[in-house]
Ligand binder design. Structure first.
Ligand code: KG4
Ligand code: ZN
Length: 361
């Protein structure tokens, strides 16, 4: 039996400042606390995340998040076995804020420091929440990321495909702005789509005609923009029904693409995974979850979608990833640096583009 380990985790790679305490002992893994301070209000006026504002806010909020995480766990720094921190990929100012904070804590306490890949945090979450056995297929789908990963071990990630341009969450946010719906766009589009007609506008399903599981959402975004412009030109504005129909037709296109590409990933994965997992903010979308669950059933795979708080950015996944990986590697030293790009699977060529919410890697 591996010895018990309690880590403080820090996350600051995008627009959420987070701290958490996670323990693994003979009884399993326990999230003792998970604090997330969002920054939506700070960026609202700008229509997207402003990296410099995000970095400054992380500096201001990290201390408080750490205090709250320790207090909620009923522990002090002296009770912690080490500090885990997102060291990339992400908005560099934010990642630097977290890494510097973690180094300061490690230097002051003499505790080990663990730099963690943010994508590994997401990809290992099903082990934290559901104790899923390796190997499993993971679709990571958020505002900054979209990729299929075969997860074969704590540090074993094979990328089977991903977006070649935008991430779906980015597209949801942009379409919401185009349709004069509030931010973050995902929940607003999902809500509007409920009273919309998904068949009114025939939006493209990009890259469906190409083999493999790569995806593209940039052309879809442009198609929605053109259609919106045409409706506005015809009627001098959008009615509520137009908004809903745009939202429903766009969401239907995303659902179709994610479902078909998931089907292909499951079909080509070798060995055939018995679990298909999703993580990331877009996995909150009920229409997307339902479609992915149906695909999992087609392949006799168990469908696992972690609870929303652990699907979106959080620090518990960072602490857990460090615990999980500690069997394979030792701590980092003070030369640990923040990386804006850090692909999980370095054997594959880098994906194109960098989303507004961070590097897609
Ligand atoms: O994982 P996340 O919290 O942050 C990162 O991007 O890393 O994901 C945020 C993204 C946003 O783009 C948001 O619009 C999208 O997830 N999102 C949704 C929904 N809820 C959040 N997209 C579609 N449907 C939703 N219900
Ligand atoms: Zn993320």
């Amino acid at each position: 039996m591996t010895k018990p380990m309690t880590l403080l985790g820090l996350e600051s790679s995008c627009d959420d400042t987070a701290a958490a305490v996670v323990r693994r002992d003979a009884n399993g893994v326990h999230v003792l606390s998970s604090i997330v301070a969002g920054q939506t209000d700070l960026h609202a006026a700008f229509g997207g995340v402003v990296p410099e504002i995000a970095a400054r806010a992380h500096v201001e909020k990290l201390d408080l998040c750490i205090e709250q995480a320790l207090a909620q766990a009923g522990l002090s720094l002296a009770d912690i076995d080490g500090i885990a921190v997102t060291a990339g990929p992400g908005l560099i100012g934010g990642v630097v804020s977290g890494v510097m904070c973690a180094k300061g804590l490690a230097a002051a306490t003499g505790k080990p420091l663990y730099g963690v890949n943010h994508l590994a945090g997401h990809a290992l979450t099903p082990r934290l929440t559901d104790d899923v056995a390796y190997p499993y297929l993971m679709l990571l789908v958020s505002g900054g990321h979209c990729q299929f990963l075969m997860v074969t071990g704590p540090d074993g990630f094979t990328r089977m495909g991903g977006t070649i341009d935008d991430a779906p969450g980015e597209a949801f946010d942009k379409i919401a702005r185009l349709a004069s719906l509030p931010q973050p766009g995902g929940p607003a589009i999902e809500q509007a789509a409920k009273s919309g007609d998904p068949a009114r506008f025939a939006f493209p399903r990009p890259l469906m005609d190409r083999p493999g599981c790569d995806m593209s959402f940039s052309g879809l975004k442009t198609a929605v923009m053109r259609t919106r412009d045409a409706v506005v030109a015809e009627k001098s504005g959008l009615t509520r029904q137009d908004q809903s129909d745009l939202a429903a037709s766009f969401q239907a296109a995303v659902v179709d693409v994610l479902a078909e590409k998931s089907r292909r990933a499951l079909k080509s994965a070798d060995p055939r995974p018995t679990s298909f997992c999703v993580a990331g903010g877009v996995a909150a979308n009920a229409a997307i979850r339902t479609a992915l669950q149906a695909v999992a059933v087609e392949f006799d795979a168990e469908f696992i979608a972690p609870p929303l708080a652990l699907c979106t950015d959080n620090a518990a996944m960072i602490a857990f990833a460090a615990i999980e990986q500690s069997e394979l590697r030792g701590p980092d030293d003070m030369t640990l640096s923040a990386r804006p790009r850090w692909p999980l699977d370095t054997s594959q060529p880098a994906m194109l583009g960098s989303g507004k919410k961070g590097a897609k890697a």
